[in-house]
Design a protein around this ligand. Structure first.
Ligand SMILES: [Zn+2]
Length: 241
């Protein structure tokens, strides 16, 4: 007996999606050209021109590894894109932080995960931890951009992510008035480290962009004070060139 189905639910959803796309076409977040329905948030041309660091192919220490030398001990580091003012990476970060596009974080997080998943140094990671933002900021933005990246990385590495291990406290007072040391101390006191399962041996901290590394240094120090045996790696969407 032939099944009489006029239009399945999936077809209806596709139809609605296409119609929606016709009315509100999605545009590439870098060049603003219209995207095709199934496309990602960046068009194929812009994807080809992303400022990849290619750190995953390095056999020598990268600039990111060197940034933390003599500061904190890390198992491994990775940043996927170079950040330059006015270039594509800045537009991606802007969309992620200020244009309410959390899906961009997941999309780029998956991309990061794909790049590091075959790296032996990252293979023992058993928990992915995003750098927290202040709850007030999260409330205004609706999400933590590093958490979105962490979700994407988690999907690619098949490793769980949590936002309960590190919590952000205190609203930072104006940092510009303080000296360098006071500023560092101020950053360090902004995090509290919670208990985690003792089976966790290697965590991967996720950030959106690394400039001086001061926040991550403070964070890693706070964790190592409490859990010196824990191995720590860091990964970031971008690093300033
Ligand atoms: Zn484009």
């Amino acid at each position: 007996m032939a099944e009489k189905r006029f239009f399945g639910l999936k077809n209806w959803l596709n139809f609605i999606q296409s119609f929606n796309h016709l009315l509100f076409p999605e545009t590439c977040l870098i060049c603003q050209d219209e995207l095709s329905v199934s496309s990602t948030s960046v068009c194929s041309i812009c994807s080809g021109e992303l400022l990849f660091t290619h750190f995953e192919k390095y056999t020598e220490p990268t600039d990111l590894d060197k940034l933390f030398w003599g500061r904190v001990q890390l198992t491994s580091t990775f940043a996927m894109l170079f950040f330059e003012k006015g270039k594509s990476t800045q537009k991606i970060l802007h969309a992620l932080k200020y244009q309410s596009r959390p899906a961009v974080g997941i999309e780029f997080g998956k991309m990061i995960g794909e790049k590091i998943k075959d790296n032996e140094l990252f293979s023992s990671v058993d928990l992915i931890v995003p750098v927290p933002i202040h709850p007030k900021k999260k409330f205004v933005r609706g999400y933590n951009q590093s958490e979105q990246l962490a979700i994407g990385i988690s999907k690619a590495l098949l490793v769980p992510t949590t936002n309960h291990f590190i919590e952000k406290i205190n609203h930072t007072e104006s940092q510009t008035k303080k000296g360098r040391f006071a500023r560092w101390d101020n950053v360090a006191r902004n995090f509290t480290i919670q208990q985690i399962n003792s089976k966790i041996k290697h965590i991967l901290i996720v950030d959106d962009v690394i400039t001086t590394g001061a926040t991550l240094e403070a964070l890693v120090r706070s964790i190592q004070e409490k859990k010196p045996e824990l191995r720590i790696s860091i990964v970031s969407l971008a690093i300033t060139k």
